[in-house]
Design a protein around this ligand. Structure first.
Ligand code: GLU
Length: 422
């Protein structure tokens, strides 16, 4: 257990260090002075909280949580809260930087924020989860708010958790405050299209990437790692568009069928944490799945999946990162040298925060949009952003990740400069 924790914290140190490395190169290439990097390399604010929860067995358990606010030069910070046993402080730091980059790439009036609680929601009751969610909001209430820092769902958190958090914040504030958090149920001011927004954004990026490489979506082979919110909706969208989903996986293993899996059947059987492969005997490992012969590979699970150890064996023509941080920098280099088109996480997974922004705008206006309006605006934003990053990569002869970082960090740095911070 102690060794596991050490491994988690080493991995998140790597994630933070490699994020800082790319930020540094991006700022350099954009011609900003060293102070810009000094400001951008860390969150401006980081809060650690301890949350006591009375568990169902009557005992009190103390949970540790974090909230990182990377930079608020452009506007309030924004980003999800994850509930996961492997959450670490440095991971939350890195994730908050990625949120800034996403907001910059899709041009939202936000900086990045991120939260996390070390816990395993798969082993907690509904009542315990409610107490933990409310306790977290009480603990961070002073630094969050609709014009300060706006949380949202992330790994293993959902609209029910957002509802409890919103209710707790509204009690503290003594008025109904839906703009405090996004990803809420529709009846509490949530937006149409928010739940599937990350996957919709990934789908739009796949469509654009396929156009560049002349790949027809109909009949294209797709491998999806992870069957949670992003992975399951994505598999469904691609399946409905006529692609062949030849493999999917969850934390327990992977299912493979070269003729294409029946996604509707799997969606019907998946549990609320995205587990489905435990119902089957004939499974392959996640590692084997990543190396399958396919056109499109979508890592939609966790960090550090494509590394220098397996990057040479990846057979996909396009790797679209629906998860945050699935490919290491060494692997990015190898894939780019092998002419594999990478759609980096900060671009591919920005559909979620884009529709979160739409939700927040609707909350502020008190006027709600139809589903079609949300979808149309999301498509417009993602197509433009994809092409902006792609053109930057082509024109400057750099990899897609560096191009995305350059696009993502520019507005924030300019805003910090105008404010006189650097
Ligand atoms: N957690 C999501 C992400 O990593 C969404 C954040 C949001 O909607 O604010 O992009």
């Amino acid at each position: 257990m102690v060794a596991d924790k050490q491994a988690d914290s080493n991995k998140s140190d790597d994630i933070l260090l490699s994020t800082q490395e790319v930020i540094k190169t991006a700022l350099n290439k954009l011609g900003y002075p060293e102070e810009a990097y000094e400001l951008m390399k860390e969150p401006v604010r980081m809060m650690t909280v301890r949350i006591p929860v009375r568990m169902d067995d009557g005992k009190i358990k103390i949970f540790t949580g974090y909230r990182a606010q990377h930079n608020d030069a452009v506007g309030p910070t924004k980003g999800g809260v994850r509930f996961h046993p492997n959450v670490t402080e440095n991971e939350v730091r890195a994730l908050s930087i990625w949120m800034s980059l996403k907001a910059g790439i899709v041009d939202l009036p936000y900086g990045g924020g991120k939260g996390g609680i070390i816990c395993d929601p798969r082993k907690m009751s509904f009542r315990e989860l409610e107490a933990l969610s409310r306790g977290y909001v009480r603990a961070i209430s002073q630094i969050v708010g609709p014009t300060k820092d706006i949380p949202a769902p992330d790994v293993f958190t959902n609209s029910q958790i957002m509802a409890w958090m919103m209710d707790e914040y509204s009690r503290i504030d003594e008025f109904n405050n839906p703009g405090f958090i996004t990803g809420k149920p529709i009846v509490l001011g949530g937006s149409h299209g928010r739940e599937s927004a990350t996957a919709k954004g990934v789908t739009i990026c796949i469509e654009e990437a396929c156009k560049k490489l002349g790949i027809e979506i109909k009949g294209a082979r797709v491998v999806v790692q992870g069957f949670g919110n992003a992975g399951s909706f994505l598999a469904k969208f691609m399946y409905d568009m006529g692609a062949k989903i030849i493999a999917i996986s969850d934390a327990e293993g992977a299912l493979h069928d070269p003729d294409g899996l029946d996604i509707d059947y799997l969606l019907d059987r998946r549990d609320s944490f995205g587990t489905v492969t435990n119902l089957f005997e004939d499974t392959i490992s996640n590692e084997e799945m990543l190396e399958l012969d396919t056109d499109i590979l979508v890592p939609a699970a966790i960090e550090n999946q494509i590394t220098k150890d397996n990057a040479h064996n990846i057979k996909a023509s396009i790797v679209v990162e629906a998860a945050n941080g699935p490919t290491t920098l060494e692997a990015t280099k190898i894939l780019t040298e092998r002419d594999i088109l990478i759609v980096p996480d900060v671009l591919a997974s920005s559909g979620g925060v884009t529709v979160s922004y739409f939700e927040w705008v609707q909350n502020n206006q008190g006027y709600y949009w139809k589903e079609e309006e949300v979808q149309e605006k999301l498509r417009e934003v993602l197509v433009k952003s994809f092409n902006n990053v792609y053109t930057t990569a082509q024109n400057r002869q750099i990899d897609m990740r560096l191009a995305a970082y350059m696009v993502g960090v520019r507005k924030l740095t300019e805003a910090a400069r105008f404010r006189g911070w650097i």
